[in-house]
Design a protein around this ligand. Structure first.
Ligand SMILES: [Fe+2]
Length: 213
């Protein structure tokens, strides 16, 4: 009887390991000051509204970087960018939005140059080859589409709550707002939702030189 119980526990434990594989959420060996991030966020929302990419519901982005000297490079569809989704019962994949030349987004938007974000971006850029860097908003009780992106994403949660989860394939994870930095495998099908009653705000950067196994 004892042996059987032990076997069942081992079996469950193995099953759990099989299903709870968080390889697509990789915590980085980096940490920023969460109080300074939240203060910098309050500063930028005083001077900039979230871009809705032409009125997409439950999408909000403030671009921190742009193509040098080109304010148009962060407007409308360019605040969102190319992705693939399976919109209907056929399960067929379609592409949406416009392709972006991520490597050309090398200039900090001038209005934000006096905020803590410049320090954060300098550190990140010394470690990774980054594309666009955006502040992304998920409103309460909202979700994205089920989609995949051209490249991985780097996340720094700034404001979150326990009901905010990112789902990659069939694995879900909450990323805490404690200054930690994550790289997520957005080349697989994924989604993010905010099941809380307050906004979820992340700094999100496209990462051009990060390979998942
Ligand atoms: Fe995505």
């Amino acid at each position: 009887m004892k042996t059987n119980s032990k076997n069942i526990i081992n079996l469950n434990s193995n099953r759990e390991q099989k299903f709870l594989n968080f390889n697509d959420f990789q915590k980085q060996n980096l940490n920023f000051d969460i109080s300074k991030l939240q203060k910098a966020y309050k500063e930028i929302i005083k001077i900039k509204k979230f871009e809705t990419a032409g009125g997409i519901s439950h999408f909000g982005a403030i671009c921190l970087t742009r193509i040098p000297g080109d304010p148009e490079s962060i407007k409308d569809n360019k605040a969102r960018g190319l992705y693939w989704t399976k919109p209907d019962k056929s399960g067929n994949e379609v592409s949406r939005d416009v392709a972006i030349d991520e490597s050309t987004y090398t200039e900090l938007v001038p209005e934000f140059k006096n905020t803590y974000f410049i320090e954060v971006i300098e550190v990140l850029s010394s470690k990774y080859k980054l594309g666009r860097i955006r502040i992304l908003l998920k409103e309460p009780r909202s979700t994205l589409s089920w989609h995949r992106d051209p490249e991985p994403r780097l996340h720094i949660p700034i404001i979150t709550n326990p009901g905010c989860l990112m789902v990659i394939e069939n694995v879900a994870k909450h990323m805490p707002a404690d200054g930690s930095v994550w790289i997520t495998n957005n080349t697989k099908y994924h989604n993010a939702f905010n099941g809380g009653e307050e906004n979820r705000v992340h700094l999100v950067a496209c990462v051009l030189d990060y390979k998942f196994n």
